[in-house]
Design a protein around this ligand. Structure first.
Ligand SMILES: [Zn+2]
Length: 246
């Protein structure tokens, strides 16, 4: 009896651990295919979450334009509603605009109806601003669940994760540290023979107006350094259909 009970407990623990891994780990493919990165280590995608965010986004647009680089921006729907013009300018500059939910909740803990509402209202806000269909979605905090991915697909959204992080949501980090964090991922991806999907933040979920100057400076340094290397910057849509499995 005791042996049976501990076997059940152990089994439950394993199942829970496995579920957590699949739901939270950015490179996990267990709950269906998501875009991660391509197969060319010299391809980088700069991706920015939690905007649009006024001055920081504007400064990024300037720097990206100067380097003739297109990035991918995953926008929070409620900020898009407040900053239609900036959203439109991001799209007009050639950047790819994706859905990052309306209020940035942990989708893992939301009922299916709320998940649908978060995604559908953000699609509507972005499409209203840019006049084009939204095709990509990055879940806040990277949290996924089978029905979240199903809902995303029903709404025409392909989920997108990442494989290198600046950890720049932490306001204490300086540009040098953000770049060093990205470099860890870049080196790992190169060793594994894959492209790099770089997660950065031009905004913050708490509200418009947060200071992301360190992210802007880290981006500038990365772009300047890349000019000396054979790096091509892409938007994540070029990797659709070419996603690596882990
Ligand atoms: Zn976010």
């Amino acid at each position: 009896m005791l042996a049976t009970l501990s076997a059940v407990v152990a089994g439950t623990g394993l199942a829970a651990g496995g579920y957590g891994y699949a739901a939270m780990w950015p490179t996990s493919q267990i709950f269906g295919r998501t875009i991660l990165a391509g197969r060319d280590p010299n391809e980088y995608a700069l991706t920015y979450d939690d905007g649009p965010n006024d001055a920081c986004t504007e400064r990024l647009l300037e720097i990206l334009a100067r380097h003739d680089v297109r990035a991918t921006f995953f926008l929070i729907g409620r900020f898009v509603r407040e900053r239609r013009d900036l959203t439109r300018r991001m799209h007009a500059a050639g950047h790819l605009i994706g859905n990052h939910t309306f209020t940035h909740p942990w989708l893992l803990y939301q009922p299916p109806s709320r998940v649908h509402e978060e995604l559908a209202s953000t699609n509507a806000a972005i499409e209203d601003a840019i006049g084009e269909k939204v095709c990509y979605f990055r879940p806040p905090h990277g949290s996924r669940r089978p029905d979240v991915l199903r809902t995303a697909r029903e709404l025409g959204l392909t989920p997108v994760m990442w494989n290198a992080m600046g950890y720049d949501w932490n306001p204490a980090l300086n540009p040098h540290t953000i770049l060093a964090n990205l470099d860890k991922g870049l080196r790992r991806n190169r060793r594994n023979g894959r492209g790099s999907n770089l997660l950065l933040h031009d905004g913050g979920q708490a509200g418009i107006g947060q200071d992301r100057a360190a992210t802007v400076a880290a981006t500038k340094a990365l772009l300047e350094r890349a000019r000396e290397q054979d790096i091509r910057f892409v938007t994540i849509d070029v990797w659709n259909g070419d996603t690596l499995k882990n």
